[in-house]
Design a binder for this molecule. Structure first.
Ligand SMILES: Cc1cc2nc3c(=O)[nH]c(=O)nc-3n(C[C@H](O)[C@H](O)[C@H](O)COP(=O)(O)OP(=O)(O)OC[C@H]3O[C@@H](n4cnc5c(N)ncnc54)[C@H](O)[C@@H]3O)c2cc1C
Length: 399
């Protein structure tokens, strides 16, 4: 990151420049609207899937009820087709022994649902539709940030076409390989899981009854998440070798393999979308803020998808950052470091808790040790009989 002297036309100065228009960046732009901030949103490409409707997206997310309520407040939720949103009423988590099973039910916890399963592209499309007509948002697309400099009274973003963008605050929502994070000199400790998440959608023979299934095996974690109708979406986190094997199977062989390993929980399967793989890693980011700069979403943390928390953490970042900016003193600069530190302090615990717990579970269940295998299987069965602890886990998951 360079430090530079300002030579600026004040008319081009934004309050906030958001770099990265994925789910986290676009939702932040919308969340800053009621505060009356003037926002620039910089994104190189609108994902093709976000622009077209049609087929089921194989990138689906389990969105917590707390975040669904946040998206409803932004007007995003009501723009999504309710026929393509599935409520999760039960979660069944199984170990590699038949008797090791943990079950969560919305009914037992006194909740209407545990989560909603939503297509990434549907959320993105709904957000971009609102962004396009929001008076306080200047959408810059295609535009790519290539550099960042911090000055006394503003930060300056250089774009790939050579133009400059000035803002009192720059927020990096530019994903796991964040340029903003790199340019700000913020360290990231990356641990490669040497695993990929293989995703695909299937039509099922039997109904899922709103159940999210998850199986922890020695060589991976398989989740079948319910989609509307007799459909499920798979996230199979497994070694790179095994994920390559899965990708090389033809449709029939993949369906048979998934049906077999899931013990026929939803009967036989038909492939709806081709399998795709995403590399998995843990990223622990040293700081979320520096002068005139904040990070949110995958730019600020990468966690294992076993708990379906990545974008949920990102939306919670956005909720807190918008709240902190809304609560600033009259005439307080939104790039003020003291203000940004309030955001960082408020987010530390949630991010660390999810990163640590998903990492520990991944290691516990990825272990071939007989002792650890006994502990994990015993743990699932024992936890199933501890309603207080189960409720604590649920309270965290629905936030
Ligand atoms: C297999 C798998 C399953 C998952 N399942 C779940 C789940 O069920 N629930 C859940 O909560 N999370 C889940 N996640 C995590 C989730 O995918 C991520 O946390 C989420 O997509 C992060 O969103 P983001 O907006 O922060 O980043 P991204 O989606 O990566 O968006 C970053 C944006 O920044 C843009 N950008 C990049 N560089 C620049 C630049 N230089 N200038 C301008 N723009 C730039 C990119 O084009 C992109 O649009 C899963 C992840 C995987 C791999």
């Amino acid at each position: 990151m360079n430090t530079a002297t300002a030579n600026r036309n004040p008319a081009n100065l934004h309050d906030v420049a958001i770099i990265g228009g994925g789910l986290v960046g676009a939702s932040l732009a919308l969340a800053l609207q009621p505060i009356g901030l003037n926002v620039a949103l910089v994104e190189p490409q609108l994902a093709a899937a976000a622009l077209a409707g049609g087929d089921w997206d194989s990138r689906i997310y389990a969105i917590s009820p707390g975040n669904a309520a946040f998206l409803a407040r932004l007007g995003v939720w009501s723009r999504m087709d309710p026929q393509r949103v599935q409520r999760v009423e039960t979660m069944t988590i199984s170990g590699d022994r038949r008797d090791s099973r943990l079950q969560f039910s919305a009914y037992d916890a006194g909740l209407p649902e545990l989560a909603y399963i939503v297509e990434s592209s549907a959320m993105q499309r709904a957000m971009l539709d609102i962004v396009a007509v929001a008076p306080g948002i200047c959408m810059m697309c295609p535009a790519q940030a290539t550099g960042l400099a911090v000055m006394d009274d503003a930060a300056r973003v250089t774009l790939a076409d050579g133009s400059l963008l000035d803002a009192k605050l720059v927020v990096g929502t530019d994903g796991r390989d964040s340029l903003v994070r790199r340019e700000a000199g913020i360290d990231a400790k990356i641990s490669d899981y040497r695993q990929s998440g293989v995703v695909a959608n299937f039509a099922t023979e039997k109904p899922h009854h709103g159940t999210a299934f998850q199986w922890f095996f020695e060589d991976g974690i398989l989740a079948l998440l319910p989609l509307p109708g007799n459909r499920v979406s798979m996230v199979w986190s497994t070694s790179e070798e095994q994920s390559q094997n899965l990708l090389s199977l033809d449709a029939r062989a993949l369906c048979d393999r998934v049906a077999e390993i899931s013990g026929g929980a939803v009967g036989t399967l038909q492939l709806l979308t081709p399998a795709a793989a995403f590399p998995l890693r843990l990223a622990e980011i040293a700081r979320l803020v520096s002068a005139r700069l904040a990070l949110a979403g995958d730019a600020a943390h990468n966690v294992h998808p076993l708990a379906g928390q990545g974008v949920n953490l990102g939306f919670r970042d956005v909720r807190v950052l918008a709240e902190v900016l809304a609560g600033r003193a009259p005439r307080q600069d939104c790039g003020d470091l003291a203000l940004l530190r309030r955001y960082e302090r408020a987010r530390r615990e949630d991010i660390a808790a999810i990163a640590l717990s998903t990492d520990a579970l991944q290691k516990l269940f990825g272990s071939r040790s007989v002792l650890l295998s006994g502990v994990r299987n015993f743990g699932l069965g024992a936890l199933n009989h501890l309603p207080v602890l189960k409720n604590l886990l649920i309270q965290h998951a629905v936030a």
